[in-house]
Design a binder for this molecule. Structure first.
Ligand SMILES: Cc1cc2nc3c(=O)[nH]c(=O)nc-3n(C[C@H](O)[C@H](O)[C@H](O)COP(=O)(O)O)c2cc1C
Length: 405
């Protein structure tokens, strides 16, 4: 998901730096577009460093630099590539341009050229905000479907007190997420997610592990964050970047994963276990590297059954497990759901090479304790994550309805 963040020339321009961070924490890519006046307040370098993307500062390329053919119609390319346009802070000037269809700089041209939803967060002097012209522009924009994050009242940098102050960054980000279609149906929930493989050591340099990449768990973490939840991500070693807003607990072995899960379970309202925890570990871990000396037998013992332990101590948490199977997928998954007293189990057939371990795609069946089965045909793990979260939300709603009746 990608948002273009338009930054205009007002005192509050510096606050946009944090908005970049907050959006990125929720897994959103940010393309910053600065007006000429905005660059008087904050240097583009700040946004380039934060966003990790080139900052757009003008319609015709910077200074003497010749625009090449690729960048010549950049406003159209950006307009087509974004999922939302957020303008924060939005000045009286830029709002007037938007309302009247002027297109004399990159941001106002982008506004006309994009069909993505638009969110504006105005910030200005009290009288500028109250002025009939500004209010008429705001009314016109609202009428055309532009979402307005209303400014708050308070002490303004101009020394006056009243409405005109940029809304809180949290309110702005949440409006942008809503525009992106991300409902906030997990607001108030704390989701504990386990992800990735574990490593069971044989000696100081060798371990037994599995092919889990952690992609499913990380997609769930990102999805839950975007839907407003707090996320605790207990992760085995993977080559993925965790979403910035998640509380991340790195573990290596099944025992460490168990300890981390049990220590944090009380804080969670939803627990989703995607980690491929080893079923066996070495009975004895050699203190020194084992030397080659003919055939050897490795004695293994079962690791802690984390799901069973959660089931035995859980309070009201919704408990979701994953079943990676290679045969009799649905029957095995349903059996695991009953045995481990899960609310939901996500069954996936990891014998198919295009889906499952280390793939960006997956096809699953979401089974619920009350007998429901939702088929999710092959799609991205991101999409699968949202279908799983949909099932969790639906289950919570059913539970709440039962309690009420
Ligand atoms: C110090 C200073 C602070 C300003 N603060 C604001 C502001 O908060 N809101 C606003 O609408 N205009 C503010 N302005 C006026 C804008 O910078 C001016 O209207 C400019 O043309 C806006 O250009 P832009 O909309 O392309 O960014 C300020 C100007 C100065 C010199």
């Amino acid at each position: 998901m990608k948002v273009a963040l338009g930054v205009c020339g007002g005192i509050a321009a510096y606050k946009a730096a944090e908005i970049v961070r907050l959006l990125q924490d929720r897994g959103v890519r940010v393309q910053v577009v600065m007006t000429r006046a905005a660059q008087e307040f904050v240097r583009p370098l700040t946004f380039a460093a934060l966003s990790g993307e080139k900052v757009i500062t003008g319609l015709f390329g910077a200074g003497a630099e010749e625009p090449n053919i690729d960048s010549a119609v950049e406003h159209i390319a950006v307009a087509q590539s974004i999922d939302a346009l957020l303008v924060a802070p939005a000045t009286a000037d830029t709002l007037a341009k938007f309302a009247n269809g002027l297109a004399d700089d990159f941001l106002s041209t982008l506004f006309l050229a994009t069909t993505a939803p638009v969110v504006v967060a105005p910030a200005m002097n009290v009288n500028m905000w109250a002025h009939e012209a500004t209010q008429a522009n705001i009314a016109k924009l609202k009428q055309r479907g532009v979402r307005v994050v209303e400014p708050g009242a308070g002490y303004l940098a101009c020394g006056m007190t009243g409405p005109g102050r940029l809304a809180s960054n949290e309110a702005i980000v949440s409006a942008a997420l809503e525009a992106l279609g991300a409902t906030q149906d997990l607001a108030g929930e704390t989701v504990l997610i386990t992800a990735g493989p574990t490593r069971e050591f044989v000696d100081p340099v060798r371990y037994i592990s599995n092919r889990s990449s952690g992609k499913m768990g990380y997609a769930l973490a990102e999805g839950a964050l975007r839907r407003g939840a707090q996320v605790i991500l207990v992760t085995g070693p993977v080559a993925l970047k965790a979403p910035g807003a998640a509380e991340v607990i790195q573990v290596e072995t099944a025992d460490q994963m168990r300890d981390a899960v049990m220590a944090n379970l009380k804080r969670a309202t939803i627990a989703i276990k995607t980690a491929a925890v080893a079923d066996y570990k070495a009975k004895q871990v050699a203190g020194e590297k084992i030397k080659r000396a003919g055939p050897m037998t490795l004695a293994l013992e079962a690791t802690a059954d984390i799901l069973a332990e959660i089931a035995s101590v859980r309070e009201n948490q919704v408990l979701v497990g994953f079943a990676a199977e290679t045969q009799d997928v649905l029957a095995n998954a349903r059996g695991k759901l009953e045995r481990k007293q899960l609310d939901i189990i996500v069954a996936n057939d990891v014998s198919k090479p295009a889906i499952g371990f280390d793939s960006d795609r997956n096809a699953v069946t979401i089974l619920t304790r009350d007998g429901g089965a939702i088929e999710v045909p092959e799609t991205t793990k991101w999409e699968v994550a949202h279908r799983v979260l949909d099932a969790v939300v639906a289950l919570k709603q059913r539970k709440a309805a039962t309690i009420r009746s």
